[in-house]
Design a protein around this ligand. Structure first.
Ligand code: SAM
Ligand code: SF4
Length: 344
């Protein structure tokens, strides 16, 4: 990536991002591609239509956007996708953003399926990444292949090990799926905690069309919790990252267990985040259709002013909460966008 001028840094004193419900935004989830080398069945169909490359922001544009957000008070950026590590030269963006650490940015993080993490873990750590969220729904090779439609578990586990060896703090994210990994969840928790990793369970969300009806796989985490409590002692931890997860300490393992329950327990009141797609569309809510076109702002004659105006508009329209409903069979997804587009 060519070195980018800090063209979008507004004058000192730029106003922070505060929405109409007085929530201050300090966290950006930035999708750098909608493409992926897996096809997790709850996330996307096998024959997924990806965005035309020309519509996707260049690495320079992604960096410029990030600078615009940092200047308005965003202190944490999580790079996500699609699968971020399939994007060519993505490490250049990490390096560029890493130079903003301590200069506006407090944290640079990544969410990945880890298929290519063994190749990049050291470079990421050198660029300033300290934490990585790794999505892993099963450690059983056949189940992994059935779920993700790719026989990639060995590479993923290599990626996990490489991240640990590089000194990255690993958190495992696991989507809880009825009739799939349901029975394996306690073993996954025991494994993750044994490795020194936190683990967060996620309820499947109705985002984008996939082949199956998600209602068939929806597993309320209240059920999972009851099951885990037969084996372990779970003590709620007060700390929250301003995000959707609620955490417990598992006394017997010593590890932390998070639960993200968008369907059974709304988490919007403390929401501190925004999401930007790889085409520069800002979605102030994962579950809502509201959107602001940052790419148009960025490619306009006056990118600085238009980007700032677009961010103000996002603050105006960020909804109070999402309205997911997965309870009824055959109902259209809450949003037509797949999670791989908005960025998980
Ligand atoms: N490819 C990377 C990965 O899998 O970590 C980053 C993007 S992926 C969309 C981010 C997270 O979203 C993953 O943990 C994945 O399990 C989760 N996810 C995808 N579709 C989902 C859905 N419909 N409901 C709940 N979680 C979903
Ligand atoms: Fe790819 Fe992540 Fe979606 Fe799985 S969850 S298909 S790894 S984007």
């Amino acid at each position: 990536m060519t070195r980018v001028r800090d063209v979008l840094l507004p004058a000192p004193g730029a106003k922070p991002l505060v929405d109409s419900f007085q929530r201050q935004i300090s966290y950006l989830r930035l999708s750098v591609t909608d493409r992926c080398d897996l096809r997790c069945s709850y996330c996307m169909p096998e024959r997924m239509t990806f965005l035309p490359r020309k519509d996707v922001l260049s690495l320079e544009e992604l960096f410029q956007l990030s600078l615009g957000f940092i200047a308005r008070g965003v202190r944490k950026i999580r790079v996500t996708g699609g699968e971020p590590l399939v994007r060519r030269d993505i490490i250049d963006l990490f390096r560029a953003l890493g130079r903003k650490l301590g200069d506006g940015l407090d944290e640079l993080a990544l969410t990945t399926n880890a298929t290519r993490l063994a190749l990049h873990a050291d470079e990421l750590a050198r660029a300033g990444v300290r934490r990585v969220n790794i999505s892993l729904d099963t450690r059983d090779r056949a189940r992994f292949e059935a779920l993700s439609r790719r026989d990639a578990l060995p590479q993923v586990l290599e990626g996990v090990a490489a991240a640990k060896a590089a000194g990255l703090k690993v958190k495992i994210n696991t989507v809880a799926l009825k009739g799939s990994n349901q029975e394996e969840i306690p073993d996954l928790v025991a494994w993750a905690h044994g490795e020194g990793f936190d683990l967060t369970l996620i309820e499947v969300m109705p985002l984008g069309e996939v082949e199956q009806d998600r209602v068939d796989h929806f597993l309320p985490l209240s059920e999972v919790r009851a099951r885990l409590e037969q084996r372990w002692t779970l003590t709620p931890l007060g700390d929250t990252t301003g995000g959707p997860a609620r955490y417990d300490r598992v006394r017997e393992t010593g590890g932390r267990l998070g639960m993200i329950t968008p369907l059974t327990n709304n988490f919007c009141a403390g929401c501190n985040r925004l999401r930007v797609t790889a085409t520069g569309q800002l979605y102030p809510c994962l579950g809502g259709g509201e959107r602001v076109d940052l790419r148009a702002a960025l490619r306009s004659e006056e990118p600085e002013a238009n980007l700032q105006a677009a961010l103000d508009e996002a603050m105006r329209i960020k909804p109070e909460r999402h309205h997911f409903d997965i309870s009824r069979r055959g109902v259209a997804p809450a949003q037509p966008r797949h999670m791989s587009m908005t960025g998980g």
